[in-house]
Design a protein around this ligand. Structure first.
Ligand code: UDX
Length: 453
């Protein structure tokens, strides 16, 4: 099938490359010429395991093209996927300006009825709104009698395992309100049907809500376990054991129950906020998820206040008030919002570096995202390093914000080296990476949801 995909970000690029790898003829469109040029040379502009290789092999099979020529690519496709960004506005709502501009572009380029699939995460009702935008855009055009049929096929890709998630999904959700779109989407996903992947068919509105509900539910699991963390710290219960214990109940399951410094990234924070906004801010479950996440993100700061007993604790999440002391050195390890990605959106590590550098000497290190974080922190007084040891040398306090394998795999000798080259001995582990008993032998070790030893 001939498919064009508008937007070559994480979602559009991974979708395009994977659909091409199963035999569809894919054209990826973007307005960013530099990005398209680099993709045409086989280079991915984002870090995603396996992506570079797959781009090259699909290009060699002559099944994958990258272009800035929007009109031709859109008009010659059997199906157009929209995978542009849907950022969050100030008030929590979803900003649909990029989707709208795609629809206007499609109206301009179309010489026949158009079948469009929205992959981007958009609120319920967006398809109807965009149908109106299309009609309005056509009013004075020669092609004003054309129709647009909009479907929904939300993505559930996790950064860092996006290709694996696309090729082996738990389910594919297809929301259509007309027969021809349904027929075309069935053709797109025939390969997965043969592999017995569950394909869930519904209407457009339900498909859109399924995406928000899935992300909010997973965020709820994280916030629920985090809401018990400080109680565990007080009482001597161990949050990891509690998660294991409840996770064995098949109705609950163990995934997304790792306590820590909360969820970040480009999806969970935005999607929970957006659903809350669309429901007139009246859903108290969604409000509680957000509130608990703010508390979780604030845990390293709260821990610092507990350590510096003399500092005035401001008592509310999100406010930082320390007495400046350049001689105190804090190293922050892990700037990506989670492992296996260079994405630093809504990253606790970056936020901490920004805030703490106002008071202290701050050094940072991330296995992949150091450069991106350094650019984001260009106005802050932060020193970036390319190895753990360089970042922690001379540090009084080390804060771990991302559970990268490189950190998890630190062996006894490497940890001894860290203990030796640090000036102080405080470790704040925001992701419960290490064994508490072992670490407490070498360091003054703080972790989430476990009583301090
Ligand atoms: C998420 C959804 O999983 C995906 O289906 C959707 O399409 C996009 O949003 P992603 O943002 O890549 O994917 O990250 P994910 O792996 O789901 O993790 C989200 C956040 O939750 C991360 O900040 C992670 O550190 C945090 N998390 C996850 C926890 O704090 N505890 C857990 O147990 C699991």
């Amino acid at each position: 099938m001939k498919i064009s995909i508008i937007g070559t970000g994480y979602v559009g690029l991974v979708t395009g490359v994977c659909l091409s790898s199963i035999g569809h003829n894919i054209t990826c469109i973007d307005i960013d010429k530099t990005k398209i040029n680099s993709l045409n040379q086989g280079k991915s502009p984002i870090y995603e395991p396996g992506l570079d290789k797959l781009i090259l092999s699909c290009k060699l099979s002559n099944n994958l093209f990258f272009t800035t020529d929007f009109d031709t690519a859109v008009d010659t496709a059997d199906l157009v996927f929209i995978a542009v960004g849907t950022p969050q506005s100030e008030n929590g709502s979803t900003d649909l300006k990029y989707i709208e501009s795609c629809i206007r572009g499609i109206a301009k380029a179309a010489s026949h009825d158009m079948y469009v699939v929205i992959k981007s995460t958009v609120p319920v009702g967006t398809a109807q709104k965009m149908q109106e935008v299309f009609k309005e855009a056509l009013q004075d055009e020669e092609n004003k009698d054309l129709n647009i049929f909009i479907s929904s096929n939300p993505e559930f890709l996790k950064e860092g395992s996006a290709i694996e998630d696309f090729m082996n999904p738990d389910r594919i959700v297809i929301g259509t309100n007309d027969d021809e779109s349904l027929k075309r989407l069935k053709e797109v996903y025939k390969y997965f049907e043969k592999k017995n992947v569950p394909i869930f068919y519904t209407n457009v509105q339900s498909a859109q809500l399924i995406k928000y509900a899935a992300n909010s539910f997973n965020a709820a699991k994280i916030s629920f376990i985090n809401s018990l963390a400080s109680y565990c710290e007080k009482t001597g219960a161990n949050i990891a054991d509690v998660a294991d214990g409840i996770g064995l109940d098949k109705r609950i399951g163990r995934s997304f129950l790792n306590a820590g410094i909360g969820y970040g990234g480009s999806c969970f924070p935005k999607d929970v906020e957006s659903l809350k906004y669309e429901m007139n801010n009246s859903n108290s479950m969604l409000s509680a998820i957000i509130e608990e996440n703010e508390k979780a993100r604030f845990w390293p700061i709260k821990t610092l206040y507990d350590i510096f007993k003399n500092t005035e604790y401001p008592g509310e999440e999100g406010s930082y008030k320390f007495s400046s002391d350049d001689s105190l050195h804090i190293a922050i390890l892990g700037l990506a919002f989670k492992p296996n990605t260079d994405d630093i959106r809504c990253s606790v590590g970056v936020k901490l570096a920004e805030e703490l550098s106002k008071y202290y000497t701050v050094t940072i290190y991330d296995p992949i995202a150091t450069d991106k974080a350094y650019v984001a922190l260009k106005d802050c007084n932060v020193k970036a390093f390319y190895s753990i040891n360089e970042a922690v040398a001379g540090a009084d306090i080390v804060i771990f914000c991302t559970e990268w394998d490189e950190f998890k795999k630190l062996n006894k000798w490497e940890l001894n080296t860290i203990a030796y080259i640090m000036r102080g001995n405080i470790i704040i582990d925001g992701r419960n990476i290490f064994d508490q008993k072992e670490m407490s032998k070498k360091f003054n070790y703080y972790c989430v949801g476990k009583q301090h030893i």
